[in-house]
Design a protein. Structure first.
Length: 313
């Protein structure tokens, strides 16, 4: 049996589980009938946590693992990992950047097209036999429109590249102007929303971006504007968004992320002007295999005393 014991916060695809369980002694926290009992039983031997972005690793959990050396995260977002505690206690943290950039950018544009062109509604229109009986409502063009991107990191740049291929005029909001980005920079998020036809959100989660898309931003986006969120559910004030969709303060939204996933606010399910995705932006076989490999590579490098491929802390 492998000597190194790791705690897994949630399941990975089977191809990753096979490799991990052949290399380490894996304790499956998500399957435990009593999680605290499992932690109390094996916590003193755990040297690594393998987690997912939405599950993270709290300070409370890490405090119960005195031999913990590394938290390897399957995903880019680390806002659910207590990085301050990890730094203070010499615990390394890694994530899986770059490998999911293209797929998340793809789904952002996919959601934009689905929302503006009402592709899900058109599918229902055909399946329910309405075609030929009544006209399909006219929809909104994407090509040549004004796209505001909230966040201009790796994924934001990939989204901008795709939007540019549609002939869109692009401007972005970020904490600082990126001198390597030729698109327009707007330091005022409300002003960007007021200018844009479509607002795409791709900022990290965490306290700094909590509810950054608020009622004022949505009002500025306006009754013909559309919101696309492929970042974190925390970046949007959901109460304000639901009200804006109900009242047609904005025209529509396309959402891949929500608060309290997967138990999302049921009001979203009744709204005809929102396209819903199950936080699946990186959900391709190719990307998920690359993410799992990077998690395993980080763990292997750590326990071999080598440089970590993608360190966060």
């Amino acid at each position: 049996m492998p000597d190194v014991e790791i705690l897994m916060a949630g399941a990975y695809p089977q191809w990753d589980m096979v490799d991990l369980e052949a290399t380490y002694r894996v304790h499956r926290l998500w399957e435990a009938a009593d999680r605290q009992e499992l932690i109390s039983k094996v916590g003193s031997n755990i040297r690594a946590i393998a987690t997912r972005g939405e599950l993270g690793a709290s300070a409370e959990l890490m405090k119960q693992l005195p031999k913990l050396e590394i938290v390897s995260c399957y995903g880019v977002g680390t806002d659910a990992i207590d990085l301050s505690y990890a730094r203070a206690n010499g615990i390394r943290v890694t994530n899986t950047p770059d490998v999911l950039t293209e797929d998340v950018a793809d789904i952002a544009i996919g959601l934009l097209l689905s929302t503006a062109r009402q592709i899900p509604q058109a599918d229902v229109f055909v399946r329910t036999g309405q075609w030929g009986k009544i006209p399909m409502p006219l929809v909104r063009r994407v090509s040549g429109k004004k796209v505001g991107i909230v966040g201009m990191g790796r994924i934001g740049k990939a989204i901008a590249k795709r939007a540019a291929a549609f002939g869109c005029d692009i401007s972005y909001f970020a904490r600082n102007r990126d001198q390597d980005v030729a698109h327009g920079y707007e330091a005022n998020l409300v002003a960007l929303a007021n200018w844009a036809d479509f607002l795409i959100v791709i900022v990290p989660g965490g306290a700094a971006t909590m509810k950054i898309i608020n009622a004022e931003v949505l009002e500025a986006l306006g009754s013909e504007g559309m919101l696309i969120n492929v970042s974190r559910g925390t970046t949007v004030d959901e109460e304000a968004l639901i009200a804006a969709l109900q009242n047609r303060t904005i025209q529509a939204a396309g959402l891949d992320v929500f608060l309290n996933e997967p138990k999302i606010d049921e009001r979203f399910l009744t709204l005809p002007n929102v396209v819903l995705q199950p936080h699946h932006g990186s959900g391709t076989i190719e990307t998920r295999k690359a993410m799992g490999q990077l998690v395993r590579d980080n763990l292997a490098a750590h326990f071999a005393g080598q440089a970590l491929p993608t360190p966060v802390v």
